[in-house]
Ligand binder design. Structure first.
Ligand SMILES: Cc1cc2nc3c(=O)[nH]c(=O)nc-3n(C[C@H](O)[C@H](O)[C@H](O)COP(=O)(O)O)c2cc1C
Length: 218
C-alpha cells in the first residue's frame, strides 16, 4: 500500500557506500519525468549527479550540508522559467491539440498564463510544478529501497543569493539564468539506525471536515 511506504519514509542524511544501480536511478528519474504539471507545462529539468567534485560544489551551494557530498547520487531539480515562454509552453499546448487561436487566448488569461502576472508569480508557479516531481521521485526511490533527503536550503532566488557561487554551479551544470535550482534530492542506502524526525502536528489540527474547526468524523 502506498500509505505504508509514505509512513515508512523518512529523511535520511547518513548513507552506506553502496552504489545505486543505473536501472534504479533511471526509474527514479522517470517518476519525476512523468509527474503532473499545470497544463502539462513541465517547466523543469532534472540532472543526475554522480561526480564527486560536483557533489562537493553542490554541498557548498547548500551551506555545506554534509549529506549532499556524502550521498551516493544527487538529483538536481531545476525550475525552468523558460518553460512558460510562448514558444515552450506553446509546444506543449499544441501537443494537446490546442490550435494557434486557442493558444493565443491562453497567453492572454492571467489565471492560465503566469508571465502576465510578473516574475515572482512565474517563479512561484514553476516551483509549484517542481515540487510534485520531487515527491514522485522521492517515493519511487523509497519503493526501490533507496533513501533520500530533500535539500531546499540552497542559495537561490528563494533564499539568499550568492551570485558568485550560483554562477560557478551554473557553469558546471550548464544552466542559464532562467534555470533555478530549487531542490537537490540526495539518494543513498541508509546507515543502520539513522535518526528520524518524523514528528507531525496533530492530525486534527491539520485535517478538517466540511469546514475548518470541524473534526473529521468519517
Ligand atoms: C522543501 C523542503 C526543503 C528541505 N530542506 C532540507 C535541507 O536543506 N536539509 C535537510 O537536511 N533537510 C531538508 N528537508 C527535510 C525536512 O527537514 C524533513 O522532511 C522534515 O523534517 C520532516 O522529516 P521527514 O522527512 O523525516 O518526515 C527539506 C524538506 C522539504 C520538503
Amino acid at each position: 500500500m502506498l500509505l505504508d511506504l509514505i509512513e515508512n519514509r523518512k529523511s535520511v542524511r547518513e548513507y552506506l557506500e553502496d552504489d545505486i544501480s543505473n536501472d534504479d536511478l533511471k526509474k527514479i528519474l522517470k517518476a519525476g519525468y512523468l509527474a503532473p504539471s499545470w497544463m502539462n507545462s513541465q517547466p523543469w529539468k532534472f540532472i543526475l549527479v554522480k561526480n564527486q567534485d560536483t557533489k562537493e560544489l553542490l554541498s557548498q551551494l547548500s551551506g555545506n550540508q554534509p549529506h549532499v557530498k556524502n550521498a551516493n547520487a544527487l538529483i538536481v531539480c531545476i525550475a525552468d522559467k523558460n518553460g512558460w515562454s510562448k514558444e515552450e509552453f506553446g509546444k506543449v499546448l499544441a501537443a494537446r491539440g490546442i490550435g494557434e487561436s486557442g493558444r493565443e487566448k491562453i497567453f492572454n488569461i492571467p489565471m492560465f498564463y503566469p508571465p502576465l502576472l510578473g516574475e515572482d508569480k512565474v517563479l512561484l508557479r514553476t516551483v509549484e510544478q517542481v515540487t510534485y516531481a520531487v515527491s514522485y521521485m522521492m517515493l519511487e526511490a523509497k519503493d526501490l529501497g533507496i533513501d533520500s533527503c530533500i535539500i531546499g536550503a540552497i542559495s537561490n532566488e528563494a533564499t539568499v543569493k550568492n551570485d558568485d557561487l550560483i554562477e560557478k554551479v551554473n557553469k558546471v551544470l550548464n544552466l542559464n539564468n532562467n534555470e533555478v535550482i530549487i531542490t537537490i534530492i540526495t539518494l543513498g542506502y541508509a546507515k543502520e539506525n539513522t535518526p528520524s524526525n518524523k514528528i507531525r502536528k496533530d492530525f486534527d489540527e491539520i485535517v478538517h471536515f466540511e469546514k475548518k474547526g470541524n473534526k473529521l468524523t468519517i
